[in-house]
Design a protein around this ligand. Structure first.
Ligand code: ADP
Ligand code: MG
Length: 144
């Protein structure tokens, strides 16, 4: 495991801005796992990433569809949320390999639920709260 970068966010806009930076730096075929509790800010971060990629379309939580594809940016964004996955075979049904080994950036919310499918080379993004630092504080760790 390579470099680790820690960002501190004090409000949703900070998280968006951090996402924008990550979106500008993203490379084709990159896979990012997003770990953090419900309401941590995984979707907010992904919305920022979309902007950083130059995607104008609004990005919503794909909870009921598992995968959502956004074209029109510097590269496609594959936004996956596997929170409601019942069985790992559902990943085959959505054709996950097109997203994990595709031409775009793949962001996976709740990636821990499908650990066995995640390519070895991936970026780990963890979002954590710290109640001592306030309700809106988030620590965002990016491990390459
Ligand atoms: P997740 O996708 O991790 O379940 P969301 O991104 O959908 O979480 O929601 C995060 C919620 O937390 C939003 O309602 C957002 O306004 C709020 N929030 C408060 N502070 C922050 C912060 N610093 N970064 C991101 N979201 C924040
Ligand atoms: Mg979400």
């Amino acid at each position: 495991m390579g470099q680790e970068t820690v960002y501190e966010s004090y409000k949703p806009e900070d998280t968006s801005r951090i996402g924008e930076k990550l979106g500008r730096e993203a490379v084709r075929g990159q896979v990012c796992t997003l770990t953090g509790d419900l309401g941590a800010g995984k979707t907010v971060l992904t919305q920022g990433i979309a902007r950083g990629l130059g995607i104008r379309e609004p990005v919503n939580s794909p909870t009921f569809t598992i995968a959502q594809v956004y074209e029109g940016g510097r590269m496609p964004l594959y936004h996956l949320d596997v929170y409601r996955i019942g069985d790992i075979s559902e990943m085959d049904e959505i054709g996950y390999e097109d997203y994990f080994y595709g031409e775009g950036l793949c962001m996976i919310e709740w990636a821990d639920l499908i650990k066995e499918l995640i390519p070895e080379k991936h970026t780990q993004i963890t979002i954590e709260k710290d109640s001592e630092k306030g309700f809106d504080y988030r620590k965002i760790t990016v491990k390459e």
